[in-house]
Design a protein around this ligand. Structure first.
Ligand code: ADP
Ligand code: MG
Length: 262
């Protein structure tokens, strides 16, 4: 490499640092060699550099949003066995994974008994939204209720509620497994405030008729259900627990085949 090349490389490096272009900074040299070898035009080289920058930024933002989302596990729909929950509309779930519902500020409610894959699907949809460049946050209903209570006790409930406004999709997991006590009405307020401001994905084992047990007040609960289900995709999870099922040996269909002699 001639002295001029060294000087040029140093200048490119400095400009990229100054302009905060990590993608171009990392790739400019290799892309230049490639362009020379294949006789690409100057505009083609510039386009390749900028494309790399865009890709790098998208990857960094995704990694950042993924940390903020605090997903407890990496779950995908590829790894989900739809035959285990025959009433779950597969096409609808696949469509939800494209995150269009988040852009439309619609809600999803995963309803069914424990172990049927509600959290799995919720996490997969959360991942879909993240991959679409949206902000997601996963939280257990009990944790959210505790945080709301604490914020109220410390006179910072409005600020706490506002802090959620930047999130495009909030996943509230396991509503109703435990009584929330005084946190119930606060969770009600949280859900009401999100109405048409952002998406909410709830997983619950409680039929709608029993939601009063969580929120405490019959009228409030009816109003919330009305709002939530107005723009909601209600996904039915029925069947036996996948955890229990997958631990059991496969059931034999029909009569047992005759055992062969040793
Ligand atoms: P729920 O939230 O309904 O209690 P989970 O989503 O936590 O159930 O599922 C329990 C475990 O079983 C998880 O590890 C999940 O990945 C797995 N699981 C549940 N249903 C399925 C399914 N249909 N296909 C693949 N894995 C499943
Ligand atoms: Mg769950």
């Amino acid at each position: 490499m001639s002295e001029t090349d060294h000087t040029l490389a140093a200048r490119i490096d400095a400009y990229c640092r100054g302009l905060k272009l990590p993608g171009v900074r990392a790739a400019a040299r290799d892309l230049a060699d490639l362009a020379l070898r294949h006789q690409h035009s100057y505009p083609a080289y510039l386009a390749a550099c900028l494309e790399r920058e865009v890709d790098t930024r998208r990857e960094r933002r995704l990694a950042h949003y993924l940390r903020l989302a605090r997903l407890p596990a990496h779950k995908t729909l590829d790894a989900f066995d739809f035959t285990a929950v025959p009433h779950l509309p597969k096409a609808q779930v696949l469509a939800l994974a494209t995150a269009a519902f988040v852009r439309r500020q619609e809600n999803v409610i995963c309803l069914g008994p424990p172990g049927t894959g509600k959290t799995h699907v919720a996490l997969a949809l959360a991942l879909g939204a993240l991959q679409a460049g949206l902000r997601v946050r996963f939280i257990l209903a009990v944790t959210l209720a505790q945080e709301l209570l604490l914020a109220q006790q410390e006179y910072r409930l409005p600020r706490y509620l506002r802090s959620w406004q930047a999130i495009d999709l909030v996943v509230v997991d396991e509503l109703g497994y435990l009584g929330l006590g005084p946190g119930g009405p606060l969770l009600f307020q949280f859900c009401s405030e999100r109405y048409e401001r952002g998406s909410l994905l709830l997983t619950t084992n409680l039929e709608f008729g029993r939601w009063t047990e969580v929120f405490g007040d019959v009228t409030l609960t009816a109003a919330l259900l009305d709002r939530l289900t107005h723009h909601a995709h209600v996904l039915p999870f029925q069947g036996s627990s996948y955890r229990v099922r997958s631990r059991q040996p496969a059931r034999q269909e029909g009569p047992l085949p005759p055992t062969s002699a040793p």
